[in-house]
Design a protein around this ligand. Sequence first.
Ligand code: FAD
Length: 390
Amino acid sequence: MKKKVLIVGGGMAGCASAHVLSNKKNFDITLIEKSSYLGAGVRTFTYAGHPYTFGPRHILTQSKEVFNYINKITPLRKIDMNYLSFIEKDNQFYNFPLHFDDIKKMPDKKKIKKELKNRNLIKINNAKNLEDYWINSIGKTLYGKFVDKYNKKMWQVESNKLIDTFGWSPKGATIKSGPRKAWQTSICAYPKKLNGYNDFFDKIYNYKNVKIKLNTDFEVHKLKQKSFYINGKIKKFDIVISTISPDFYYKKKRNTLKYIGRDFHKIVMPSQNVLPKNVSFLYYTNDETFTRIVEFKKMTLHKSKTSLIGLEIPSRNGKHYPLPFKSEINKAFGFIKSFPRWFFSIGRAGTYRYAVDMDDCVEQAIEIGKIINNDNYSSPLPLKKWQDLN
Ligand SMILES: Cc1cc2nc3c(=O)[nH]c(=O)nc-3n(C[C@H](O)[C@H](O)[C@H](O)COP(=O)(O)OP(=O)(O)OC[C@H]3O[C@@H](n4cnc5c(N)ncnc54)[C@H](O)[C@@H]3O)c2cc1C
């Protein structure tokens, strides 16, 4: 008997799952997507001939397996990405993340050095929230310049004391004397082709055992009986891989998990390049409404007399970022834990983890492929790496 698999959502996690499971001959897979295309924000579109995605979407991974997996389907080019932060008070750009060498260039360097000398290691390690952690580890002045306003706008909060988990701004990754270690040991890459990751999404159409349904209405009929409404018709499945917010499956609690969205703007500039050579992003840590800009050419290598900039403004539109609050993460885990053993909740929204990036989505899909090879698989929370709060 063929096993019927339902994949909910055709973003990176859903499409990676379809690739992985398509190898299994006894699986009959249906992927449903509510919009009219696959890939979600990672899909490449063009504007004035410039390829772009919704925000930057380069791969940054520590996993060779993940790199090789994507590279086989859509060839990747390794790239070097450098970022700067703009500090209005100093009218200067400095390295992002924070770098010791930059302090020499700051007008208030004496005060900053004094504050750095007085750092309290015990307080840093016991910090309960983002504000405590950063003030104790870099001092008030650097906190005011780099961390305070940026995080408040990023998460749309009045106080950084509300941010009480560290996946977003990890303990240990404060001020550096060299590039961030995680970046030195990671592979940074972008698709070679100008259509970006679109082949990764669209090659799924080639698989005989995968049916793709776009513009699809999806509702739960009886979850425990594996029964769902798809475009109004009741359908049953053996395995579900869901990449959408876990509260969707509980009608009375739907939309209880909080997210931050993004408004995205495209701006064409009248020069071949806008940002300095080797700089791909600029972060804005002041009173601006936007958080960062990216120059797409730095990733796509598209040739043109003009250059396309993408600008992101945090907003209430969309479910792009799960919040780094313990209360929300615990609420999400409550939903995920109550799913049956044949129901996998993966991807950024599915795991309710900001730290789940594109590479993690692929890694999770590969892991599910391995888990369900064994008929006795169990556990609604198989993906341990993404469970802890720190
Ligand atoms: C602005 C921005 C920039 C980013 N930049 C990077 C980066 O540079 N590098 C990186 O690694 N990561 C980046 N990320 C994160 C990364 O892109 C995401 O973690 C990843 O793409 C999430 O994929 P996903 O499949 O889990 O979710 P999504 O991409 O959200 O896909 C979920 C899909 O489910 C569909 N859907 C929703 N509800 C339903 C429903 N009821 N029925 C059917 N379908 C439904 C949606 O339409 C969507 O297509 C960025 C994220 C953002 C927001």
